[in-house]
Write a protein that binds this ligand. Sequence first.
Ligand SMILES: *Cc1c(COP(=O)(O)O)cnc(C)c1O
Length: 381
Amino acid sequence: MNESIKRNILLNPGPSTTTDTVKMAQVVPDICPREKEFAALMKDLRRDLVKIVHGDQEKYTSVLFCGSGTINIDVCLNSLLPENKKILIVNNGAYSQRAVEICCYYGLPHIDLQFPADQLPDLQLVEKTLAENRDIALVHTTHNETGTGILNPIREIGELAHRYQAVFTVDTTSTLAMRPIDMEAENIDFCMASAQKGLMAMTGLSFIIGNRAIIERSRLYPRRSYYCNLYLQYDCFEKTGEMHFTPPVQTIYATLQALKEYFAEGETEKWNRHTRVFNAIHEGLEELGFRDLIRREWQAGLVVSVLYPEDENWDFEKIHDYCYERGFTIYPGKVARANTFRLCALGAIDEQDIRDFFVVLREALQKYQVAIPIKYAGRAE
Ligand SMILES: *Cc1c(COP(=O)(O)O)cnc(C)c1O
């Protein structure tokens, strides 16, 4: 039935390469999502999501939304801020910057604590900011800053947030279901992701996993959005087992299949596979002489930000198109101060796919006469 689906290797930061079984799981008899049968599926789905981050099923719950991953950041920030309080964003990259923009759009009082994109946040400065601003009720940051691939010290930031009685929300969109996460141990009150990233399912379903008591408390907080309110959606799930409005039906079937495959592969095995892929990416890059933006020991193990060659023949678009036509997708960077492209280790791929990719990348470089080893003229290192 499915031998005709071409297998593309997506090295972009999501959506990811999926298995054929996940693709085919979307082909189901038509069903109205208000049927009890469908509500039962969502109940399992919500429970499994909490299980992935090792959350206690009483203490934590998950709330689903129809939308891309950004909807989660929007929902958490606009729903979890009490009146007359402030948000602190620990910001060292594009995805934390997105959280800052969300605060600006809603007019939420916030502090944008900025650090360079290739550096870890200074925890002493985080603590000082919390100590000097006792009205901070929510601290937000990004786990793996997908724009660069840097891994932020969330356990430490979460500990500081809690020391100052703030709720800690973490954008784990590019780690969840890949890099093992234990919510409680990492001091996370709310984490989030969407189905097309670590879970290797389809686009259109996003979810927040968080502390039930905090969600219940937020019932009395200012309501700043109708469609994107966390309590409203939670309350609807608790009372009816359904999403407030139409869920992404076929994506939910694909996600259930993806969860089955996640638990069958196993947390450790899956993380080992992503690590093999990540190491193969580094090996291939080193062989060609490419350089990274982020220090290797700070990388989350899922995204490599590669510096553009300083070679007049380098043209990212041309290299991209050459690889794309042969089934490999590479992705531009997201850093203001440096020209980079990204290679990511998510999805249903393994190290052989990366070796195959580097054969094609080498051909592309040769075709367009980009020097190998890659030139970084004028760099002091
Ligand atoms: C992918 C991603 C998102 C969501 O992006 P969308 O384009 O809305 O899917 C959010 N945060 C991080 C860290 C991500 O990697």
